[in-house]
Design a binder for this molecule. Structure first.
Ligand code: GLY
Ligand code: MN
Ligand code: MN
Length: 441
């Protein structure tokens, strides 16, 4: 697929402006880049920018700090970043440098990161409220305390240190929760790449493959399209499908197994998150199909509640009800529907929630409850709908034919003005559709 254009510097500027409007006049907002993480000795994990810094700047480098100072005459958006360094750039690749931060990233001002101790106390001085992510990076927390103390030490000379410290997430998480049209375009691309990847894995599937071979099919499609996995791909055959965060992906997929694939591409920072569960040999057994149909019905029930003005929680409750009813019909649960729901007996087969916000982070930011109540859905919110059923391989309380079956169906949904759109809708979902897709290998 042809690459999509990056967001323009003016879009990032708009986001910063919106955040500063919410924070108010006498504030200062401080955001640090994600640190580089060592993988082993002198090799690092692939660098991934902090999602908040990415959202507000698009700036891709480590060792950077964004400072927003609403109303500051000499510029409101200031970036501290690494200076150009031809020697280091020969090893690690080009750096933007403070000049590039202004010219290419639309900052009002930029300084070398090495000057931050000298400059930041002066920016804090006279601001009464500091917005910051306390407790995310202990080392940076200490630095901030040090800068504030520097201003406090100058109080006798008339300096005014900040006196309120507020969680930045209160403002920024809410802003990020509502996706704009240009973000939805990128999320649709991430979804489209993932759809292609899942289709390829289904078509490649046959008994005797290892789980990692299917993972390779999927991640090959991600890289072919300038994307990376948004999270560790889960490829669980047979009973491994019952391990919710299975990561080993090294077992053999045998004839008669189902494979659960939970894998999503991240494109330009935006995640997708898709799960499909398909038979390794292309045909569902009657038990596999019965449970797969039930999970599909639970997803459809949850989706009925995906529209503005409806409580987020309603989708989960609808899924739980449908799953529990079905489990009773199939004989995996016994007793009354209400009792199985109120006691949580259904959790023996369905332990997780039916979804989560989706965006720059796969489990994206944003409150689920407000004042103790489930929040109401609004246009622009994006979340997953992902019911599942997992029958433990050693569950002696059910007939042997059900044991070890794990199924999840996960799609990505955006709330629109009058309902919702499933952005992963093009991927085969029902047992029949999955079988026909696999038959056209
Ligand atoms: N892939 C992580 C999740 O489904 O929440
Ligand atoms: Mn998910
Ligand atoms: Mn998932």
């Amino acid at each position: 697929m042809r690459p999509l254009a990056d967001l323009t510097p003016s879009r990032y500027a708009q986001r910063r402006k919106q955040l500063m409007r919410m924070s108010g006049e006498d504030t200062i907002l401080i955001l640090a880049a994600a640190p580089e993480r060592v993988r082993s000795r002198d090799t690092h994990h692939p660098y991934r920018q902090d999602s908040d810094l990415l959202y507000l700047t698009g700036f891709p480098e480590p060792e950077a700090v964004l400072v927003l100072v609403p109303g500051r005459e000499h510029g409101e958006a200031i970036l501290f970043c690494r200076e150009r360094d031809p020697d280091r750039e020969g090893w690690d690749g080009p750096r933007c440098g403070p000049e590039g931060a202004v010219d290419r990233h639309g900052m009002d001002d930029a300084y070398p990161i090495t000057d931050i101790d000298d400059i930041l106390p002066g920016l804090l001085e006279g601001r009464s409220r500091v917005y910051y992510h306390f407790g995310r990076d202990a080392e940076f927390d200490l630095k901030l305390i040090g800068w504030v103390n520097r201003v406090r030490a100058m109080m006798r000379m008339g300096a005014q240190p900040p006196h309120e410290f507020l969680e930045l997430g209160h403002l920024l998480d809410e802003q990020r929760l509502f996706k704009s049209a240009d973000e939805l375009k990128l999320m649709q691309r991430a979804a489209d790449i993932s759809i292609r990847a899942h289709e390829l894995a289904m078509r490649a599937s046959r008994p005797g493959l290892y789980e990692y071979e299917l993972q390779a099919e999927i991640e090959r499609v991600f890289r072919l399209n300038d994307a990376v996995p948004a999270y560790g791909s889960i490829v669980g055959a047979g009973r491994n499908a019952c391990v919710l965060h299975y990561v080993a992906n090294n077992a053999l997929a045998r004839d008669g197994d189902l494979v659960l694939v939970d894998a999503g591409a991240e494109y330009r920072g935006y995640a997708s998150d898709i799960t499909r569960t398909f038979p390794v040999n292309g045909r569902f057994s009657p038990e596999q199909r019965a449970l797969h149909d039930l999970v599909g019905a639970a997803q459809a029930a949850a989706l009925m509640h995906a529209r503005p003005g409806v409580a987020y929680q309603d989708g989960h409750e609808a899924a739980v009800r449908t799953l529990t009813e079905g489990l009773l019909k199939l004989g995996l649960l016994k007793g009354s529907l209400e009792k199985n729901i109120s006691t949580g007996a259904y959790k023996r087969f369905y332990r997780h929630k039916t979804g989560h916000w989706l965006g720059l982070d796969v489990h994206d930011v944003g409150e689920y409850r407000i004042d103790g109540e489930s929040r109401l859905l609004e246009p622009g919110m994006v979340f997953t709908v992902e019911p599942g059923l997992y029958v433990a391989p050693d569950d002696q309380g059910v007939a042997a034919k059900w044991r070890g079956i794990g199924i999840r169906i996960e799609d990505d949904v955006v709330i629109t003005r009058d309902g919702h759109r499933v952005i992963t809708d093009k991927l085969a979902r029902s047992a029949d559709d999955v079988e026909s897709l696999m038959a056209t290998a």
